[in-house]
Design a binder for this molecule. Structure first.
Ligand code: IPE
Ligand code: IPE
Ligand code: MG
Length: 251
């Protein structure tokens, strides 16, 4: 029996988020430059996106470039931005064939102009696609997003448009980059690192975390199936007890 057939289609995560990590180590272990790892990670992105879309996952968010990644050597940052432009361009066909809408979260207008305009172009061309939203986290960090939301709220209070008493979690959510995106039920990180690295800090409050030692360029369809199967074997309690949760699941 294929791994895929073991997945219960009724209990798929609606939103999967992935911290794609390990490109540099993958390249280094082959005696290559780090950028070679990033280039080989593109096939993993393609497989993750098409597999998730085929299964019926609604949203797939990929952490592609963090706010902190600007601290890397300039040549690596330039190579990553260049790869982003090339990939957005070359993968338009994949997005259209698979009916995938491209979106982005992060401080994207601060990306290099060529990147930003390519991103806008691909988002525009795929905007009517409806099978799955592929969300790239670019120049993104969770703390930036939360501080940014606080700033927008403060502006509205200052302008008399908002009463501070009305600020609650639901309202705050509306000021985040992910305002119309459900929280990820499953958060995957590759490369054997056990940390969040400033990704979706607010949204991952109750995400199931899945860590795999696989380096991102080695991540394939079966690895995504395995993560989903692992997710389906967990009991999500949201602060309640097991006894409380069971009747809710079986309803
Ligand atoms: C993830 O791989 C890609 C990005 C952060 C852009 P890394 O480049 O972090 O690879 P490692 O972790 O150094 O192996
Ligand atoms: C997280 O990976 C960011 C992305 C995958 C884009 P990093 O490789 O930058 O994270 P740290 O530095 O190991 O925490
Ligand atoms: Mg890394």
């Amino acid at each position: 029996m294929d791994l895929k057939d073991k997945i219960d289609p009724q209990r798929l995560p609606r939103h999967i988020a992935i911290i794609m990590d390990g490109n540099g180590r993958w390249a280094k272990s082959r005696g290559e430059m780090r950028v070679f790892g990033h280039q080989n990670g593109v096939e993993s992105v393609r497989q993750a996106a098409t597999t998730a879309a085929e299964l019926g996952v609604g949203f797939l968010t990929l952490y592609a470039f963090s706010t902190e990644n600007w601290k890397r050597p300039k040549c690596e940052v330039d190579a990553l931005m260049n790869l982003l432009v090339l990939t957005l361009n070359s993968e338009l066909g994949t997005l259209m064939e698979n009916n995938i809408r491209l979106r982005a979260i992060g401080n994207v207008d601060q990306l290099q102009p060529e990147c930003y305009s390519q991103l806008l172009d691909t988002m525009e061309k795929t905007r009517h696609n409806s099978r799955m939203d592929l969300i790239l986290a670019l120049n993104y960090s969770g703390r930036w997003e939360i501080a940014n939301a606080a700033q927008k709220l403060a502006e509205e209070v200052k302008n008399g448009k908002l009463d501070p008493e009305n600020i609650d979690q639901d309202l705050f959510n509306n000021y985040l980059e992910t305002k119309d995106i459900p929280d990820p039920e499953l958060l995957i990180r590759t490369s054997g690192e056990y940390r969040i690295s400033n990704f979706l800090l607010w949204q991952a409050a109750y995400s199931e975390l899945y860590f795999t030692p696989k380096l991102w360029p080695d991540f394939r369809r079966d690895d995504l199936y395995e993560a989903i199967l692992d997710f389906q074997n967990r009991e999500r309690r949201f602060g309640m007890t097991s006894e409380q949760i069971k009747p809710l699941i079986n309803k």
